[in-house]
Design a binder for this molecule. Structure first.
Ligand code: ARG
Length: 485
């Protein structure tokens, strides 16, 4: 039983702990041969990673199986030895997944725990597994396998959320709302258009993740400690067994760099930036001041003191959790920046940021994909807001340009008309023809068509424009992309 150094720090540092246990602890260490003194119990805890890296047991066992099969292929393990190792590793996998495995801090990490358990289980043959490999290439392989499979889960969740956004955009293709710049009402847009903007951000997040996956999908196995190995290994073979596109090129680089993890964290940070912007809008829009949308009660909470409150907790938390993910990106960048080649123990610190990052990102995407289908738009409120903010002023300018006025002059005419309308607390469409004509003789009866919200949105009928016809087209194109994933 390892000593609890959080409650006994001083004795641990002095090395006075449990002297009768020392020999047992040190001989248990796969690297114990060279050492004449036991590891200080505090140091043992401080340097161990098993408490968290046991999460990588599936990847570790998969990597070991591939390595053992390769050793058999090149004649280092007999088929009988391989069979024992395979059976042993599979039974260890079984006991870990059923919660019956005894993890030991003395054995430092997931790799040495599993290897020691294998030898306990099948005897001396287990000791042959580590031939031609090091924990350095082993952990680099595990972490790439882990990141790769988590990328696949995140990519699926992004697609799920996109699907929900696209469905909602389809329903809301004709819903008119104000579009904003500087958070001031700018021009009328359709709610479907706004929803498809979010979809397009997620589309880029998805493709960024796939790019990252492509770059990381190479096998470091065989790089060994740092320089390769003198055994006649077959790196193509293990790469292929593990679903990698091939082996990495340089052994020093393979065991040391974690740029793929940094790149992933950068992709995740951008994704979270998008979710956070989305959240900010949902928070604003559910406020009494905007009142554009309703979120379902099951995604909100109340206040313990103010009975009227319904708080948009889920979007607020997603916005808040964005900071955690940025933090993990900075952790990983800082972790790498001063490391000389090749492997350094610093790299053990890559795991917890990655674990938390994936949990956070997946939770946020899941929450959003469940919540988005139940966003209910307050159509009349959105419409009223669009008609209040002189959102069709640009349309009036464009109308005058069509009648022959230069755009800058048209801008001036409309500016004056808006000033006039503001003084009278009226919308442009509520001014009389005579009042409008007093700013330009070019204005005629047909002006009222362009001053309507429908006229305005329908006129922006080109790729990327807000016209409902374009939203329907964008929805169909986005659905096609999702269908072939
Ligand atoms: N636990 C270590 C890590 O996460 C495994 C590799 C250790 N290698 C070593 N030579 N100490 O990076």
């Amino acid at each position: 039983m390892a000593m609890d150094c959080t409650t006994a720090l001083v004795p641990c540092l002095n090395g006075n702990d449990m002297s009768d246990e020392k020999d047992k602890r040190q001989t248990a260490k796969p690297w114990g041969g060279r050492f004449s003194e036991t590891t200080d119990a505090f140091v043992e805890h401080f340097t161990a990673s098993v408490d968290f890296d046991q999460k990588l047991y599936q990847e570790d066992i998969d990597g070991s199986l591939a390595h053992a099969k390769m050793l058999n292929k090149v004649g280092i393990l007999t088929t009988e030895e391989l069979d024992q190792i395979v059976t042993g590793l599979e039974s260890i996998r079984q006991s870990i997944s059923s919660g019956n495995f005894n993890w030991s801090v003395e054995l430092e990490d997931v790799h040495m725990n599993i290897e020691a358990a294998l030898t306990d289980l099948i005897g001396d043959v287990g000791k042959k597994l580590h031939t031609g490999r090091s924990r350095n290439d082993q952990v680099a392989t595990d972490i790439r396998l882990y990141v790769r499979s988590e990328i696949d889960s995140v990519a699926k969740l992004i697609s799920k959320l996109q699907n929900e956004l696209i469905n909602l955009a389809d329903q809301e293709a004709n819903t008119i709302m104000p579009g904003f710049t500087h958070l001031q009402i700018a021009q009328p847009v359709t709610f479907g258009h706004h929803l498809m903007a979010w979809n397009d951000m997620l589309e880029r997040d998805y493709s960024r993740l796939l790019d990252c996956r492509k770059r990381l999908n190479l096998s470091p196995l065989g790089a060994a400690a740092l320089s390769g190995t003198s055994y006649p290994i077959d790196r193509e073979f293990t790469a292929n067994l593990l679903g990698f596109d091939g082996p990495t090129a340089n052994s020093l680089d393979s065991v040391s760099d974690r740029d793929f993890a940094i790149e992933l964290a950068a992709c995740a940070s951008i994704l979270m930036t998008h979710l956070s912007r989305f959240s900010e809008e949902l928070v604003l829009w559910t406020s009494v001041q905007f009142n554009f949308i309703e979120l379902p009660d099951r995604f909100c909470t109340g206040s313990s003191i103010m009975p009227q409150k319904k708080n948009p907790d889920v979007p607020e938390l997603v916005r808040g959790k964005t900071g955690r993910v940025y933090g993990h990106l900075i952790s990983l960048l800082s972790l790498m920046k001063s490391q000389p080649l090749a492997y350094n123990k610093d790299n053990q610190e890559d795991k917890e940021p990655l674990f938390d990052l994936f949990k956070t990102v997946k939770d946020c995407l899941l929450a959003y994909s469940e919540m988005v289908p139940s966003i209910a738009s307050n159509k009349s409120v959105m419409r009223a807001a669009a008609s209040q903010g002189y959102a069709t002023a640009t349309d009036l300018a464009d109308y005058l340009v069509n009648k022959g006025l230069a755009f800058r002059d048209a801008h001036e005419v409309v500016g004056k008309s808006v000033g006039f309308a503001i003084e009278r607390a009226k919308d442009l469409s509520e001014l009389s023809l005579d009042q409008l004509k007093s700013f330009s003789e070019l204005i005629e009866d047909d002006v009222f068509e362009v001053l309507t919200l429908e006229g305005s949105v329908n006129s922006r009928n080109h790729i990327g424009g807000t016209a409902p016809a374009q939203i329907k087209r964008a929805v169909a194109a986005a659905r096609e992309k999702l269908a072939i994933r």
